[in-house]
Design a protein around this ligand. Sequence first.
Ligand code: NAD
Length: 319
Amino acid sequence: MKRVLVTGGAGSIGSYVCDELVRRGHQVIALDNGPSLKVEHLFDSGRFQFVQDSVLVAEVVERLVSRCDIVIHLAAIADPKRYVNEPLNVLNVNLKGSLNLLDFCSRMGKRFVFASTSEVCGKNPNVPWDEEADRVLGPPSINRWCYSTGKALIEHYCYAYGQQEGLPFVIMRFFNVYGPRCDDLGQGRVIPIFLEKFLRGEPVVVHGDGKQTRCFTYIEDTAQAVVELALSEAALGQCFNVGSDRETSILELAQLMKKVGGFDNPIVFKPHREVFGDSYEDIPRRIPDVSRIKRVIGWEATTPLEEGLKKTIDFYRKY
Ligand SMILES: NC(=O)c1ccc[n+]([C@@H]2O[C@H](COP(=O)([O-])OP(=O)(O)OC[C@H]3O[C@@H](n4cnc5c(N)ncnc54)[C@H](O)[C@@H]3O)[C@@H](O)[C@H]2O)c1
């Protein structure tokens, strides 16, 4: 039995990670400054504690890190709209919060498992990306890149703390996680945004020509990978792509959701610039090379998109 601190533990991925850890008999503390709604079902498990506070508060982080064996650091501002509108908050939480955790993990010799992102590779056109793929970004004057840069900098810190201070760490790069309990309808990422429109009977708006693709990864598959990586000795000191390698265009996604949910809304198109303004740049393709994670821990995403979408749509219909 391990004692695990999950920052961002009341978030979408975090709540599933807490579920999986508790299910496997581990003792979990979730640190999150957001509401506890997604984890309240764990309150009576006897193996779960929720602390509503910020990763920016050093005393809190120090106290909680000292009480655990492993830190899974998922807390972040991870909403694309907020990269554009609140770059300062994004940088503060994603950098300063992570540095707080790294510092205490390093001093106390605790394992640090860091949630990074496929965004780190930016607009590198050479897909699929393995973990050593180049980072191809726009300039810092474009807010959109602050999230990618913040995450990449913390990856650098992981390697630096590992090399100079002996920090045990694992880096995970997630690729478009979706499922129940992800974002409020209409908020954040593409699937909840489309779903809100479908459920309201309104036109579903595809940005650009809809040919941009993503690899959608079901949230329970993702949570299993996180827990396996966090507990694995073989994973230490390495970075892993955590994702499905099935590529789906945004237009196909809209059409598939329409079919799976039995909806009859029209699908319409809108230029990116009209939606996000001048400081947003979309990425045409984002595909992981998942050979490393398969080789090291034997994990692969197994939930077919149709099945994951069905579970997601059913969840939000009852919501
Ligand atoms: N969902 C994805 O597709 C995806 C893709 C790539 C990377 N990631 C990364 O995975 C992690 C989890 O993402 P998610 O999709 O579950 O996002 P989420 O927004 O659902 O969860 C993040 C959680 O962090 C919490 N948080 C924010 N600021 C905090 C602070 N100062 N102190 C404590 N808690 C704070 C939020 O309240 C939220 O519950 C993030 O680090 C994100 O960058 C997610």
